[in-house]
Write a new protein. Structure first.
Length: 269
């Protein structure tokens, strides 16, 4: 299967995923914890940016993390070892061909992965088979349609839409966050519940200006410039103006808002 991951696997993207996870840990994970003795499948672990907080916050749970990229799986292994976490196993595997017995996990965790998959409902249905009856799922996704900022800028909005378009061409959906409720329901999960997690950034929160506005969001948009210009979606100057305007929102009088969506559901027992 073609791996549609639009951001690529270079070292800047790895650093961006780590910045994103550490900046957003409180917002996204204050209510993520797994009971001692439970076995959790993390699907699409990337470079381990979520794996570390998951494992650290649930020391009695065993986290089995998989990624389709063997380089990312290796990086997750190294990161977990550096952090001294003994409750994680990592392997290279495709969500659509998992090497596990069905119904062998208490919980499934999947973060920033469905947005890259052409068949997200099918992926959820496949993954549900690996959750034991009565077990649960947590899904986290962003939604680029939720980005608004001050000063507003048409060029910045055009630069963001390049990312949306490229992801669409690769078969994904950068505005999937708003669809978590229908996707989980369609896939057959029960007790579905979605909680929006808004990031609000102004200059009174310098750690978010740095960690979110600059290093997570704008860095992600900046990272697709070459591809967007190469694909003829936008002119180079227009894109650069958009990125400049996104960085402008990180100045003293700037504001940046973005909403993530965290969904949960159960496999019926
Ligand atoms: C944006 S990264 C997110 C990584 C991590 N969950 C995080 O939040 O930092 C998406 C990851 O999904 C992985 N992925 C995409 N398709 C996959 C598939 N079919 N099976 C397993 N992993 C997949 C990619 O290789 C990539 O590492």
């Amino acid at each position: 299967m073609k791996n549609p991951y639009v951001h690529g696997y270079h070292s800047q993207e790895s650093a961006r995923l780590q910045d994103q996870a550490s900046t957003l840990e409180g917002l996204l994970h204050w209510d993520t914890s797994f009971a001692p003795g439970s076995i959790v499948l993390e699907a699409g672990c990337g470079v381990g940016a979520q794996t570390v907080p998951l494992a650290r916050n649930s020391p009695g749970a065993l986290i089995i993390s998989v990624d389709i990229s063997s380089a990312s799986a290796r990086e997750t292994c190294e990161r977990v070892a550096q952090e001294g976490l003994a409750n994680v196993r990592v392997l290279q595997a495709d969500i659509f061909h998992l090497p596990f017995r069905e119904a062998s996990f208490d919980h499934l965790f999947i973060c920033f992965v469905l947005e890259h998959l052409p068949r997200p409902v099918e992926a959820l249905r496949v993954l549900m088979r690996f959750i034991r009856p009565g077990g649960s799922i947590t899904v986290i996704e962003g939604d680029h349609g939720s980005a608004y900022f001050h000063p507003d800028s048409a060029a910045a909005r055009r630069a963001i839409s390049c990312q949306v378009e490229l992801q669409k061409r690769a078969g994904g959906n950068a505005m999937i966050g708003r669809q978590l409720y229908p996707l989980l329901s369609l896939a057959g999960f029960s007790e579905v519940s979605v909680s929006p997690r808004m990031v609000y950034v102004d200059s009174s929160r310098p750690e978010l200006v740095e960690g979110f506005t600059k290093k997570t969001f704008t860095a992600m948009i900046e990272g697709v410039g070459l591809a967007a210009v190469g694909a003829g979606i936008i002119e180079k100057d227009d894109f650069e103006e958009g990125v400049r305007d996104l960085y402008r929102t990180a100045e003293d009088d700037g504001v940046f808002c973005y909403t993530f969506f965290k969904g949960s559901g159960k496999r019926e027992g």
